[in-house]
Write a protein that binds this ligand. Structure first.
Ligand SMILES: [Zn+2]
Length: 188
């Protein structure tokens, strides 16, 4: 539009079609080179966000998948596991030495309770994973990750890692598409 442009870096006069200042080498504002630099910056930002998202998916998956499988098996097999434990000599000895008097039903109830907690924790973590994967419902991702952590109260290490991952999700709001205020105006 304007015939004569000037470098924003050094004030040297530049031709309208120039990409870089011949004097100082600075990229000319409004040029195609500047637009491409901005595009690259955007691309790097989105790569960083995607890397963080992949990390969260990995952390949630290595917890959720085995915990769901093991808990589901334990829930399904609680009755036979209880009878096997109850019949074992080690368990009898342990019970006698501690003065406990558990029935087979007590053991089964305990196993069912523990497996139920594990299944709830694993499914919560899986819901959080799905939210992170879809990049939607940030608040649901935070709440379900927190729920997975609280249901893991029987493990100190689980609690610590769970709170760390929850904290990571809280800090990763940028990766969720619904976190931006200007809806429908996603710059491509
Ligand atoms: Zn210049």
């Amino acid at each position: 539009m304007d015939e004569s442009k000037f470098c924003t870096g050094c004030g040297h006069a530049v031709e309208p079609d120039m990409q870089f200042c011949p004097q100082c080498g600075k990229v000319i504002s409004g040029s195609a080179a500047e637009a491409s630099l901005k595009d690259q910056e955007k691309e790097i930002n989105s790569l960083v966000l995607m890397a963080r998202r992949n990390w969260l998916i990995f952390l949630l998956a290595i917890y959720a998948i085995p915990v769901i499988i093991i808990s589901a098996i334990a829930l399904f097999e609680a009755s036979s596991m209880a009878s096997a434990i109850w019949a074992s000599d080690e368990f009898r000895d342990w019970m006698q030495s501690h003065g406990f008097d558990f029935t087979q039903q007590n053991i089964q109830n305990y196993l069912t309770y523990a497996a139920g907690l594990g299944l709830g924790s694993g499914i919560s973590a899986m819901i959080s994973l799905i939210c992170v994967y879809m990049r939607k419902m940030w608040i649901i991702a935070v709440i379900t990750c927190l729920a997975a952590t609280i249901l893991c109260f029987w493990s100190i290490i689980g609690i610590i890692i769970g709170f760390l991952v929850t904290w990571m999700i809280i800090g990763s709001r940028d990766i969720f598409e619904d976190s931006t205020d200007n809806t429908g105006n996603a710059g491509s």
